[in-house]
Design a protein around this ligand. Structure first.
Ligand code: PLP
Length: 465
């Protein structure tokens, strides 16, 4: 499979180059030249198979020309062996037509582990083949950083620097990032907010000499390999409730639109998805885009679901590209305009195509808390605030009829957001052993100014150490 840029001005590359580059050199995002397609029978055959085996089939369809099938199988087996649940991503029934897809059984209790565990192994493999080491710099609002630390710690060919905003993430999130003494990992507490961290990473990537000298790489959800890895659980969950003989719906708590776009990818690959609810907190840029046809940035507001406190949903560019029938020039124009003015208009035909699959639902803070309580009262399940946004979104979009089962993505374990869960439900989630162990672990962290030159000097020093 070859990959092309949504902005059309970058050469096509193979899977390994798309993986290692992250962003295309013209500023666009990589998408496959054509989505692989699975037949009805191939999808039906996923039912009952181990998660890692389904992952190997799907990842193989994207990476098979660059990485041998037995290597992909091995990497998938290793990536998912460390999950605390044998099913990796188990389904739990909430009501006759509603299911919870638990994506929080990985080492850092959030769905980011499902892609990051595989991505780190793909990186190590690709660099062993290509030679040399790379430096991954990752800005995190909480969950991505911990997942990256766990996945990359101790890998031979990758150095990892995680930048997190000091005092703006939960204690559990911080400890997942800092409780690591691996030689190849550095955690940096930045005196600033998440936007400062992200802006500095962006500035580093704009310095071509620095990128080349450090061999800088990005593993946030603009990386196509993450989307591919995340499309797997759409298949395993759908076949568990009767697909492909039956159509299914999903509700997806959304920030950067990576997870929701993985659902789009699954649908393009042949999975019969009736509808995907894009559920946001008050940071509702994607919901407004789908409802009003105007993709317009506003100020970020702080919520109980901080991993979704994002106003620029990077992966929306991929959906736009697909919805304008892959016109790269039009996509480049629209997103350059968005970069300059913070706003773009979606052409009517493209908007209709988006609405053919996606429904938006923006969920208030009060509603999120009420959903945590109601879910607990009605089912005994404690859900985290991000998951609650998705469950509330599914109800609001009224697709919970029993003919079409709706699968709500549970993106974090409730123990990761203990205050919000306790204040909504009046009870606490039991502390999982991994969280209990963190309390005693030594934290390794450097504190730095929110100054890109300071961070660059730090990265340079680390790369040369
Ligand atoms: C990252 C994250 C999300 C949002 O996922 P996107 O792919 O950015 O839309 C939702 N919930 C949790 C817990 C997360 O960590």
């Amino acid at each position: 499979m070859k990959y092309l840029s949504t902005r059309g001005k970058a050469p096509q590359v193979g899977f390994i180059d798309a993986l290692l580059q992250g962003l295309a050199p013209d500023g666009g995002l990589y998408v496959p030249v054509a989505w692989p397609a699975f037949t009805h029978d191939q999808i039906a055959a996923f039912a009952g198979r181990p998660y890692a085996e389904v992952a190997a089939v799907i990842v193989g369809a994207f990476a098979g020309e660059d990485i041998a099938a037995d290597v992909i199988s091995q990497l998938c087996a290793e990536a998912y062996a460390g999950f605390a649940h044998a099913a990796v991503a188990p389904l739990k029934q909430l009501s006759p037509g509603t299911f919870l897809l638990e994506l929080f059984h990985g080492p850092t209790l959030a769905f980011k582990d499902l892609a990051m565990q595989l991505l780190a192994r793909l990186y190590d493999h690709a660099l062993a083949v290509r030679g040399g080491a790379m430096t991954v710099v990752c800005a995190t609002s909480g969950d991505t950083g911990g997942a990256a630390v766990k996945a990359f710690a101790g890998r031979a060919n990758v150095r990892l620097v995680v930048l997190f905003p000091q005092d703006r993430i939960s204690e559990v999130q911080r400890r997942f990032i800092t409780a690591c003494d691996a030689e190849n990992v550095r955690a940096v507490a930045v005196a600033g907010d998440f936007d400062d961290c992200q802006a500095m990473v962006k500035a580093m990537f704009e310095d071509a000499d620095f990128v080349a000298a450090m061999r800088l790489a990005a593993v946030n959800s603009i990386n196509i390999a993450r989307i591919v890895a995340q499309s797997v659980y759409y298949f395993t969950a759908a076949v568990a409730v009767g697909a492909p003989a039956r159509r299914v719906a999903f509700s997806v708590p959304t920030g950067n639109f990576g997870d929701a776009f993985a659902g789009f990818a699954a649908s393009r690959m042949g999975l019969p998805i009736e509808r995907i609810v894009v559920a946001t907190n008050g940071n509702d840029i994607v919901v407004r885009a789908i409802e009003e046809g105007r993709y317009a940035r506003e100020a970020v507001i702080a919520t109980q679901s901080p991993a979704m406190d994002i106003q620029v949903a990077s992966n929306f560019e991929r959906l736009y590209f697909e919805s304008v029938e892959r016109m790269a020039e039009e996509t480049a124009r629209a997103f350059r305009a968005f970069g300059a003015s913070g706003m773009l208009h979606i052409p009517p035909a493209a908007l209709e195509r988006m609405r053919g699959l996606f429904t938006g639902a923006a969920v208030s803070e009060a509603r999120t808390a009420r959903t945590i309580l109601a879910t607990f009262n009605e089912t005994g399940e404690l859900i985290d605030p991000h998951t609650a946004v998705g469950v509330a979104g599914a109800l609001e979009a009224r697709i919970t009829d029993q003919a079409t089962p709706v699968i709500c993505l549970a993106t974090a374990h409730p123990a990761k957001f203990p205050q919000a869960v306790r204040s909504a439900a009046g009870v606490s989630a039991p502390t999982p052993p991994v969280v209990a162990a963190l309390a005693d672990a030594t934290e390794h962290v450097d504190a730095l100014e929110a100054d890109v030159e300071v961070i660059k000097a730090y990265v340079r020093g680390f790369a040369q150490s």
